[in-house]
Design a binder for this molecule. Sequence first.
Ligand SMILES: Nc1ncnc2c1ncn2[C@@H]1O[C@H](COP(=O)(O)OP(=O)(O)OP(=O)(O)O)[C@@H](O)[C@H]1O
Length: 624
Amino acid sequence: MVHIEQIEHNHIDDHIDDEIIKCLDLENPQSFFLFAGAGSGKTRSLVTALEKIRETSYQQLRLKGQRVAIITYTNAACEEIGRRLDYDPLFSVSTIHTFVWELIKGFNKDISEWLYANLTHQITDLEEKQRNGRPTSRAFVVRQKNIEAKQKRINNLKKIKQFTYNPNGINQGKESLNHSEVISIGAYFLSKPLMQKILIKKFPILLVDESQDTNKELLNALFEVERKNNGTFSLGLFGDTMQRIYSDGKEDLGINLPENWKRPVKKMNHRCPKRIVKLINRIRSAVDDQEQRPRTDKEEGHVHFFILPSTADRIKTEELVAQRMAQITEDEKWIDVDYMTLILEHHMAATRLGFSELFQPLHKIDKLKTGLLEGSLPELNFFTEIILPIFNAHKVGNKFAIASIARKYSRLLRIQRNERDQLLQIKNVQDAINQLLSLWNEDNDPLCIDVLQCVARLNLFEIPDSLYSFVKEEKREQNVTEDGDNDRGNELINAWDECLKAPFSQINEYASYITGTSNFMTHQGVKGLEFPRVMVIIDDHSAGGFLFSYEKLFGAKDKTKADAENENVNKDTTIDRTRRLFYVTCSRAEKSLAIVAYSEKPEEVKKHVLKEGWFEESEVEIIS
Ligand SMILES: Nc1ncnc2c1ncn2[C@@H]1O[C@H](COP(=O)(O)OP(=O)(O)OP(=O)(O)O)[C@@H](O)[C@H]1O
């Protein structure tokens, strides 16, 4: 009898799938926001709902030439969902950038008009800054170049017949749009009745996974589409507000939902053992009242909190912690290093993997942050997607790969001439690439700026616009002062200037981190994933950022005045952001979880975490 009750307990959320499926009825489509925490099976519910649509509405959709759209966060997630649905063309599974581009591409005249207005607006802004700027400052010079580049782009608009865009790569060339332009154009077009009609005619159902981190500009536009087309369109949002990580996500998602929206709630956690569900419930309890239940067939599991002085040797400490975990859990895999180390902050990965000089300056700039972490900054992609592959191919003697990259990107090969000239050009490109590669002779590790200047001098590849000023000789001219305008333009220039002084080897480390091939992951990399054994590293000292503070979350550091002010007006505080990160990482563990906190005040931390009720006394260990 107990057995049946236990099984039933594990199925308490099954009806949620039915509720979602009901919303997707083509005769009476409804919109919904699924409230569900970590490990609750959101992805599973998404796929189940789609399978059901295929079963019930396949003919109806096909006859009208309609499809179901699913927007996910990463290409890997698209692949996973697509695979689970047998790559059925009934479903359009894409990232937000691909989705929007598919919607807007071809509307060349409208895109041109939008760009004209947008560029004009940006030029007006820059000119305003120029009026207050000092003509001898570097910021002034760079802004002037920016104005000229934008004006050139405006002048060129009339000649463009067709705009281009690559959601996954570098967008070079006069016809191409950049990532943020595509999103903004999409959001703007979706405010027009015609585009709304096109969208819902094509996709009467649109489901958004990881909606807490979906760009708010676009999400707001979709809310508006839904509001205007209520009853003929279903917008379904999957996600967990407690797992919002990116700053461009919609902060108030799920709070002021329209009256007629359905709000299904999932209560189970199918991933974590009992002890970990208890911990993440406790962490979450400060934010909302969503409490999860563990599966009855899950083991108790282990949680252990290690506190160390911030001066402790990181590598030795973490080895010791793994040994302790093996003792505590009686699981030898901790000793075999069969666990995932989760770093709560990118700076730690940058420090441990050795790409700080490249990373830190850019991470300080708000508008670069998301692109830096997503790996979509065109300036860095220039290095990661063109220069690094050439260098790697050269290391293994793969001339074919080098030629193929050159064919794809080299400016020297673009001009059409007769066959003899073409052969000459190929030779020129080969010579240029050899000159470029000679920078690495005798195990040299050139600086990124040296690589950039070499490429510019050889006119080998197109340099991203914003790096152009760094390859010009006049940059170093004496009349250009370093202490120019203390405004954001200047910050940006200084950031790139510093970043380009990093050795090129750091590009390799950065690329391996961003693509997830290193053995470190952060909350970003770890989204949607799960691992049997997890070691969470908490280390403000190495993190060096101001957006997060574990010392504050763990009570070793007081709140600042700004924190208190933000708290008073219900704005996101450092502690809120840090708590969400902590929730995401702790909720990845399927069996056991070790948390390693380096702190200025270990005793205070211990007191605080016990007071918060996150851990039992026996689970907290200070190692000095
Ligand atoms: N109904 C279920 N019965 C059994 N196992 C389930 C069920 N739903 C999900 N799971 C399992 O639980 C784990 C978590 O599921 P899933 O990744 O879909 O959750 P999620 O809500 O997307 O998680 P998160 O937001 O934390 O990334 C997976 O291993 C999945 O196979």
